[in-house]
Write a protein that binds this ligand. Structure first.
Ligand SMILES: [Zn+2]
Length: 568
């Protein structure tokens, strides 16, 4: 243990600024509580020891009722730390710790490196060497272009395989392959005792296309700036992909022996869909490689308001997609001789009726659990309504659906017109008018029910309503007690007061295919994002540096629990 550890054991975080973090801590030498100010590594690096010691001397001489006393300092070759006075149940010392800083110096009241002191300090941060490994893998993955049409997933799979081989994974436990040379997937097996059936850890390695001109920086250069990692795929889904590989290597180094095999699959073309989807391909061609009792995937992340975490979402189910083609055929004719029976007017009336129609409001097991949890998190009058929604109150559902587009989408099947075509000449009556209607359907609503409902609402036999393609539908994952308990335990140990919230998502993930194939899949990451600043698929995609590393710790601990290791 380093100097910080011998003298001060850091516990909860009390406050943070641009330069440093203040922790509550225990002063082992004198058996008392103190506040300890820890300089951010970047700041610490730019300052030397001498300067620090000079500043500490100045600080220690100060005595004033509004200034927190300096209780002591500790120093080793690389770590510096200062203990400040602690007043229990009084946060003034925190403020004072901040306010004293400019008087002494803005930068160097105290610094200790998070670096080698992981055990002694912030439990949410992995050790420095593990962070470096995860960051290096992450950077490598983000800088490989893996968009559906402008890149390939094979180099990502190969890069991960190289890392695993270097870490001592047997060639027989690593599979790289797929339906075409550019669309390879990686599957690696970390062997356990085999007492229980395997757990699958999934992440996709393809990204949504990103154009340089749409971004304020190169989307395929991994950049750390102002406390964020920037780059296409930083959030969706290369953070989780990198973390899975880094943590697997760490388990191996630490000699972790799980009760079940841990399988990591990094797969192609979740975003693009089409014939190359890695999960579908693996299920069809290499099922034995990924067969598992349960799977952890993307689909749920941590919700924060600004910097404050409020909920760690666990995705248990998702809506499924049905595209309908609405079409009206007509014999047409010269536009100088119009008749009432016009294809465009038929379609327009149909779409108009659809625009004012809403499917009934309803809840299911997952959304009820979600609304119940949210009623304890949201503030104000909506909190009571959310509780009523969880109890099936339809009046409250109406209010809640009106108050929020996402809640509306969570409470009902939705259908919306997304594309139009029609007419063939400016001076001809249309022979065809057609529209695509995109429906996002609750898992419990049947295709036939949705089709019949649309036909009834449209109420015009001239408008044909046909399902376009083959909708893919999977059941919800059961709310397994072991999974929910593990997520809750790790969540509350890392972020006090934050609960694990079951979720049904409105978009889609590869979890759909796995659930349909009988492998219950849970979307959980422990990587927190500001609710108001989600940039997946968008411009300047980014993840908070701290959130990435916290996610690394969260998934490390979660998988250890789920893989059946004794809880430390
Ligand atoms: Zn994704």
């Amino acid at each position: 243990m380093n100097a910080v550890g011998e003298r001060y054991t850091l516990s909860s975080e009390l406050g943070r600024g641009g330069m440093a973090v203040v922790h509550r801590a225990r002063d082992a030498r004198h058996g008392r509580d103190v506040a300890v100010k820890v300089m951010l590594p970047s700041v610490a690096e730019s300052l030397g020891a001498e300067r620090f010691l000079r500043e500490i001397e100045t600080a220690a001489r100060l005595q004033h009722p509004h200034i927190v006393p300096v209780f002591g300092t500790n120093q080793s070759s690389s770590n510096y730390c200062i203990g400040l006075g602690w007043h229990d149940r009084d946060t003034r010392h925190v403020e004072a710790a901040w306010h004293i800083t400019p008087m002494v110096t803005r930068t160097a009241l105290c610094f200790a490196l998070w670096a080698t002191a992981a055990s002694a300090q912030d439990r949410t941060m992995p050790p420095e060497s593990e962070r470096q490994l995860a960051r290096a893998i992450y950077k490598e993955m983000v800088e490989i272009k893996s968009g559906y049409s402008t890149g390939a997933t094979t180099p990502v799979a190969e890069a991960a395989a190289r890392r695993l081989r270097a870490a001592g994974f047997a060639e027989a436990d690593i599979f790289v392959g797929g339906p075409s040379p550019n669309k390879h997937n990686l599957v690696v097996r970390y062997r356990g005792t085999g007492r229980r059936r395997p757990i699958l850890l999934l992440a996709h390695t393809d990204v949504v296309e990103a154009k340089r001109e749409d971004w304020s920086m190169d989307p395929y250069t991994f950049v750390e700036k102002d406390g964020y990692f920037y780059g296409r795929g930083t959030g969706d889904d290369k953070a989780q992909a990198a973390i899975w590989i880094a943590n697997l290597i760490r388990y191996k180094r630490e000699g972790f022996r799980p009760e079940r095999d841990i399988i990591v699959a990094l797969t192609a073309d979740e975003e693009g869909g089409g014939p190359y989807n890695g999960v579908q391909w693996l299920l069809a061609n290499k099922r034995e490689l990924i067969d598992a009792e349960l799977c952890v995937n993307e689909g749920g992340w941590g919700e924060a308001i600004g910097d404050t975490p409020i909920a760690n979402d666990v995705q248990l189910s998702e809506k499924y997609v049905i595209n309908y083609r609405l079409a009206v055929h007509n014999k047409g004719g010269h536009s100088s001789l119009p008749v009432a029976d016009n294809a465009i007017y038929h379609l327009a009336r149909a779409l108009d009726r659809l625009s004012t129609f809403t499917f009934p409001l309803k809840t299911n097991d997952v959304t009820r659990a979600y609304f119940r949890a949210m009623s304890g998190i949201e503030k104000g009058p909506v909190s009571a309504d959310l509780a009523k929604v969880a109890d099936g109150d339809t009046i409250a559902m109406t209010r809640v659906a009106r108050a929020s587009t996402p809640w509306n989408a969570m409470l009902r099947t939705t259908c919306v017109a997304t594309q139009l075509e029609g007419g063939h000449a400016k001076n001809a009556l249309p022979q065809l008018a057609a529209a695509n209607v995109n429906c996002r359907v609750l898992p419990e609503d049947e295709i036939d029910y949705v089709t019949a409902t649309l036909k009834r609402v449209i109420g015009d036999s001239a408008v044909s309503v046909t399902v376009d393609g083959t909708p893919m539908r999977g059941p919800a994952s059961p709310m397994r007690a072991d999974l929910m308990q593990a997520v809750t335990a790790v969540t509350t140990s890392m972020w006090s007061g934050v609960s694990a919230v079951p979720m049904m998502v409105m978009g889609g993930t590869d979890g759909l295919y796995l659930r349909a194939a009988g492998i219950p899949t849970y979307g959980v990451q422990g990587i927190f994002y500001d609710r108001g600043d989600i940039r997946f698929h968008g411009r300047d995609e980014r993840v908070k540096v701290r959130s990435f590393y916290e996610g690394q710790t969260f998934l490390y601990e979660l998988v250890k629990r789920l893989a059946g290791a004794p809880v430390a």
